[in-house]
Structures are given as structure tokens and as C-alpha cells.
Design a protein around this ligand. Structure first.
Ligand code: HEM
Ligand SMILES: *[C@@H]1O[C@H](CO)[C@@H](O)[C@H](O)[C@H]1NC(C)=O
Ligand SMILES: *[C@@H]1O[C@H](CO)[C@@H](O)[C@H](O)[C@H]1NC(C)=O
Ligand SMILES: *[C@@H]1O[C@H](CO)[C@@H](O)[C@H](O)[C@H]1NC(C)=O
Ligand SMILES: *[C@@H]1O[C@H](CO)[C@@H](O)[C@H](O)[C@H]1NC(C)=O
Ligand SMILES: *[C@@H]1O[C@H](CO)[C@@H](O)[C@H](O)[C@H]1NC(C)=O
Ligand SMILES: *[C@@H]1O[C@H](CO)[C@@H](O)[C@H](O)[C@H]1NC(C)=O
Length: 328
């Protein structure tokens, strides 16, 4: 009994120290000596990009998510090449913002050459995108390094699809150390940005062979609007805002929409309307729809958690000179 307690205690200490170590590798002041102006350089570039196109905030936020879920937050999504993550099903013709990341990287390099990773640039740009869209910010942990490989099959298997149920989506979050709270809070990112007909058109006319639209899409105005945008055999690349209430504003209207049956993606609406939701996500959707501060706080914590997925630190990986290619 005593020995087993001692062993448990030793394990507890070991694991606690490992956790401390893992956390202490990323720090908010990682570049304070080597690139003191980093934060303002990135903020300025993101601001400029949003002046050209407000949707870019959503695209940059999504790039960071799609980076972190595949081989960790290592900028693997930015690597060019036919076998890259860019061309995986969830990203092909959908993930965007690569040119903006290039512009940020160029601006950063001209001020402090060879020290800031593309993975950290993506993380800061995602936070800035939320803030410049009216959301609440957070201190970004830094010190990630860039990976050597893109993983197309990893992108296909790890990234959630809009046709999956809550159980399956949750499994994909749990596979990278996130939980059910993170599923709901991070889905709140769909308060900005656009989705193409390809990702929700199945809900509009003959949902699951019912010869009727998805009955959980309650707003008839919105249903008609989406049907006109995405007719059967129409152009599946046309896009709709994900939040019909305040498209470019980072607020909690996404959750208010779900309560009113105004979610665009099936994977959005099921968080409130499905049977599974009753025992999993519905109460959180209700909380966030009524309490914007609860959403802002949980979103912040979940984004920090997501940014901590398997970072390369120390001498692992490299600092890429060009975010699209590994250094030779
Ligand atoms: C919970 C599982 C999720 C699913 C199934 C999902 C699925 C999708 C789909 C299908 C689109 C539309 C893509 C297109 O048509 O081009 C989209 C867009 C978007 N997603 Fe998600 N997503 C999920 C979680 C997240 C998370 C965790 C974030 C970020 C924290 C996020 C941020 C975004 C943003 C900002 C957009 C709009 C992008 C733009 O306008 O360029 N999503 N998502
Ligand atoms: C990506 O999209 C392009 C253009 O639609 C298509 O030609 C190509 O086959 C797609 N790539 C993959 C790997 O599916
Ligand atoms: C690609 O991703 C899958 C799923 O996360 C992982 O099992 C595999 O080891 C990765 N491959 C490489 C080359 O990183
Ligand atoms: C959930 O995942 C299982 C196993 O991959 C798959 O067979 C099933 O079709 C998925 N269901 C949904 C609704 O995504
Ligand atoms: C998810 O993890 C956070 C800590 O990261 C915790 O506060 C929260 O209660 C967890 N949620 C669930 C449903 O386990
Ligand atoms: C609706 O889908 C079901 C199952 O895929 C199919 O059998 C039926 O013919 C479709 N109805 C119409 C009007 O296309
Ligand atoms: C958006 O939601 C807010 C809060 O519920 C409401 O006051 C406003 O009228 C809505 N706007 C639109 C365009 O639906």
C-alpha cells in the first residue's frame, strides 16, 4: 500500500514537472529581445489586409486551426507542393490567406531576419483577426518552430467535416488534447467568415433522403435565401456568411443563431438541435448565447489550448525563411 502510494506520488511529481516543462517552453515574451516590434508589425499587416477584405480575419483564424490539428501548430499547412495539406479535402479551394501570411512574413523578416517562425506568425495573426473583428484578445504564447513536412493524409483524417456528428467531431478534438467545451467555444469562430454551398447544400432540398430541407433550419427567410444561392446542380463554390446576423463581427450571435435554428452548417446546428446535444453541447450553446463574456472567456482559453498543440520548440524544426518551403 505504502509503496504503491509512493510510486503514485513519484508519477504525480514526474507528470507535473513534464506539464510545467511543456508549458514553460512557450512564453509571451519569447521574441522580446530578438524581435521587439513583432506584435505591432503583425498587427499592422493584418489591419491592412482587413481593409482590403474583412473576410480575411476569418480565413487567417481558420488557417491557424487547420495548422494546429495536423502535426501540431508547426505551419505545416503553409508548405506548397502537390502532396501538401493545402490540397487535402478540407483545405482545397477553401483554406485561404496564404498571400497575407507571406506579406506578414516579409514585413517581419525585414525588421528581424531569420528569428520568427511562421507558426508563431499564424498564431498572432489569428488572435489579431479576432481582436480587429471586435472580439476579446489574449496574450499569445510564442516560441513555436516550423515543421519540415506537410501531412495531407493527416489533414484528411484529423480535420472535422461539417457532415459529422457531435461524437465524431469530439473524438477529433480529443485526439489533439481538446475537449467538449473546446468544441463548442471554438465553433463560435463561425461568428465570422463564409461557407461554400458544397458544405451545406445537402441541407436545403433533400436532406438525408427526406425529400425536404433539414427541419432544424427553422428560419424560412434564411432557408429561401440559401436555396436561391445554392440551387441543385448550381455552382458549389458560391458562399454564404456563416453568421447572417453580423457577418464580420466577432460576437456571440453565432450561438443566438443556433438557438433560433439559423445555423448554416449541419455541424453548427447539431450543437443545439440534435438528440446528442441534449446530453453534451446544448447547455453550453445556451450559456454562450445569453452570456457574451462567458463565450469570450472560454474562447480565449480554448484558443490558447489549441495554440499549444504539439509545438516544436528548442532545436526541433527550424525557422523557415519562406513560409511556403522548408529551408534547404
Ligand atoms: C467543430 C468542427 C468544425 C467544422 C466541422 C468546421 C467546418 C467548417 C466549414 C465546412 C467551413 C466552410 C469552408 C468553406 O466552405 O470553404 C468553415 C469555415 C470556417 N471555420 Fe470552421 N469548422 C469547425 C471548427 C472551427 C474552428 C475550431 C475554427 C477556429 C477556431 C473554425 C473557424 C472557421 C472560420 C473562421 C471559417 C470561415 C473561413 C473563411 O471565411 O475563410 N472552424 N468551417
Ligand atoms: C483540388 O482542387 C482542384 C481544383 O478544383 C482539383 O483539380 C484537384 O484535383 C483538387 N486536388 C485534390 C488533391 O483533390
Ligand atoms: C500524419 O498525420 C497522422 C494523423 O495525425 C499521423 O498519424 C502521422 O504520423 C502523420 N505523418 C507524418 C509524416 O507526420
Ligand atoms: C462517425 O465515424 C464513424 C467511424 O469513422 C463512421 O463510420 C460514421 O459514419 C461517422 N458518422 C458520422 C455521422 O459522421
Ligand atoms: C475542458 O477543459 C477545460 C480546461 O482546459 C476545463 O476547464 C473544462 O471543464 C473541460 N470541459 C469538459 C467538458 O471536460
Ligand atoms: C432524395 O434523396 C433520396 C435518397 O438519396 C432519393 O432516393 C430521392 O430520389 C431524392 N429525391 C429527389 C426529389 O431527388
Ligand atoms: C442580431 O441579433 C441581435 C441580438 O439578438 C438583434 O438585436 C439584431 O436585431 C439582430 N440583427 C439581425 C440583422 O438579425
Amino acid at each position: 500500500m505504502k509503496t504503491s502510494n509512493n510510486i503514485s506520488f513519484a508519477w504525480f511529481i514526474t507528470i507535473s514537472m513534464l506539464c510545467l516543462l511543456a508549458n514553460s517552453q512557450l512564453t509571451t515574451n519569447f521574441y522580446s529581445q530578438s524581435c521587439p516590434k513583432l506584435q505591432s508589425i503583425v498587427r499592422r499587416q493584418v489591419t491592412m489586409a482587413l481593409k482590403t477584405e474583412m473576410r480575411m480575419a476569418a480565413s487567417l483564424l481558420r488557417l491557424h486551426f487547420h495548422d494546429c490539428f495536423v502535426n501540431g501548430c508547426d505551419a505545416s499547412i503553409l508548405l506548397d507542393g502537390a502532396d501538401g495539406e493545402k490540397f487535402a479535402l478540407p483545405n482545397n479551394n477553401s483554406a485561404r490567406g496564404y498571400e497575407v501570411v507571406d506579406a506578414i512574413k516579409t514585413a517581419v523578416e525585414s525588421s528581424c531576419s531569420g528569428v520568427v517562425s511562421c507558426a508563431d506568425i499564424l498564431t498572432i495573426a489569428a488572435r489579431d483577426s479576432v481582436v480587429l473583428s471586435g472580439g476579446t484578445g489574449w496574450p499569445v504564447l510564442l516560441g513555436r518552430r516550423d515543421g519540415f513536412v506537410a501531412n495531407q493524409s493527416g489533414a484528411n483524417s484529423n480535420l472535422p467535416a461539417p457532415f459529422e456528428n457531435i461524437g465524431n467531431i469530439t473524438l477529433k478534438f480529443e485526439a489533439v488534447g481538446l475537449n467538449l467545451t473546446d468544441v463548442v467555444s471554438l465553433s463560435g469562430a463561425h461568428t465570422i467568415g463564409q461557407a461554400s454551398c458544397a458544405t451545406f447544400g445537402n441541407r436545403l432540398f433533400n436532406f438525408s433522403g427526406t425529400n425536404a430541407p433539414d427541419s432544424t433550419l427553422l428560419d424560412q427567410n434564411m432557408l429561401t435565401g440559401l436555396q436561391n444561392l445554392c440551387p441543385v446542380n448550381g455552382d458549389s463554390s458560391r458562399t454564404s456568411p456563416l453568421d447572417w446576423n453580423s457577418t464580420d463581427l466577432f460576437d456571440n450571435h453565432y450561438f443566438q443563431n443556433l438557438v433560433k435554428g439559423r445555423g448554416v452548417l449541419e455541424s453548427d446546428q447539431i450543437l443545439y438541435s440534435s438528440d446528442e446535444a441534449l446530453t453534451t453541447t446544448r447547455s453550453l450553446v445556451e450559456l454562450y448565447s445569453n452570456d457574451k463574456d462567458a463565450f469570450a472567456n472560454d474562447f480565449k482559453n480554448s484558443m490558447i489550448k489549441m495554440g499549444n498543440i504539439q509545438p516544436l520548440t528548442g532545436s526541433a524544426g527550424e525557422i523557415r525563411r519562406n513560409c511556403r518551403v522548408v529551408n534547404s
